[in-house]
Ligand binder design. Structure first.
Ligand code: HEM
Length: 291
């Protein structure tokens, strides 16, 4: 089942392009495949939800929370809604994480000074937690954290955040120009532009994880929306802490156990995707070492 779910996910992902975002029902092979995969994935996950419900078993997990949730008027969630939420959650967490992990690798392996600093930090943490790395050890990996954060600043997983306006409002630019934003307008905020504003980020084109260190704190200087790779406001990413933790677990393991070298050129961004990945294959040579 795992293989089939993974394949279906890939097929849905392939249908999430910039074109399909603007024209979701365009009759293209990618959109057909995406829609067929969505139907099959719904079938598989519906069976999982139905089987949990009919078993009478109560577990301490996310699936149970979704099944037990109720709307404000007391109505419980339907199987279809639970399945939709699971697909949404998997989509929110899976692709964004693999995207960020890949860009972190590409950035680290092309910036030797930061790679050395991240490896040195692994030495220090491994020395301190010699009985095995646990949760707190990963929280102490500030250098690695900032390397991931900077890779994500330069390569946000969601370069455009979109909202429908519920209530009319005005907005004023830094230069004093006012805009009237009317109800039902669609507003888009380009993360990729926000993350490169020169009065917030010094030399924004440069990969420099030190910008997030205690002396500079560039993610805070422009206010709470300076760094928007995890969104902001009411719908800010609820998985941010988990995302950093899993990315640190992955990269800490790789840095502690392998010598890594990027053998393909630093990748361009594939802008045809709605969630723009590195273009082409990223080739890495690895030798096992072990800190
Ligand atoms: C590096 C990895 C991740 C990145 C870059 C990321 C980014 C984002 C962004 C930009 C948003 C806001 C979308 C918007 O405003 O329209 C968001 C929302 C969300 N993310 Fe993440 N995310 C990541 C990982 C995760 C993980 C691992 C999970 C769950 C396990 C998760 C769950 C969610 C959920 C549920 C929302 C919707 C929140 C809401 O609408 O109230 N994310 N994420």
């Amino acid at each position: 089942m795992f293989d089939e779910v993974y394949t279906l996910f890939r097929e849905i992902e392939k249908g999430v392009t910039l074109i399909s975002f603007l024209f979701p029902y365009l009759p293209t092979p990618a959109n057909w495949q995406r829609d067929r995969a969505r139907i099959r994935l719904t079938e598989i996950l519906s069976n999982v939800v139905e089987s949990r419900k009919s078993s009478g078993r109560v577990e301490e997990d996310t699936l149970q929370k979704l099944i037990d949730s109720k709307y404000k008027d007391g109505r419980p969630t339907t199987v279809e809604e639970v399945v939709g939420l699971i697909i949404g959650l998997l989509f929110a967490g899976k692709h964004t994480s693999s995207h960020t992990s890949t860009w972190t690798g590409a950035c680290l392996l092309s910036h030797p000074a930061f790679l050395r600093a991240a490896i040195e930090e692994q030495h220090q943490v491994a020395k301190k937690y010699k009985d095995g790395l646990e949760y707190n050890a990963f929280l102490e990996m500030d250098t690695l954290h900032n390397c991931i954060k900077e890779a994500l600043r330069k390569n946000p997983a969601t370069p455009l955040l979109v909202r429908r306006v519920h209530k009319r409002f005005t907005v004023q630019t830094k230069e004093g120009q006012q805009y009237d934003i009317q109800q039902d307008y669609i507003v888009a905020t380009p993360t990729i532009v926000n993350n490169n504003i020169p009065y917030i980020y010094t030399d924004p084109q440069v990969y420099d994880p030190n910008r997030f260190g205690p002396e500079r704190r560039e993610d805070k200087v422009g206010g709470k929306f300076s760094y928007t790779s995890f969104g902001g406001g009411r719908h800010v990413c609820t998985g941010e802490a988990y995302a950093y933790m899993q990315l640190k677990v992955i990269w800490s393991h790789l840095l502690r156990n392998f010598d890594l070298e990027l053998v393909s050129p630093f990748p361009n961004t594939d802008w045809s995707k709605f969630l723009p990945d590195p273009q082409g294959k990223l080739l890495v040579r690895y030798t096992r070492n072990g800190i």
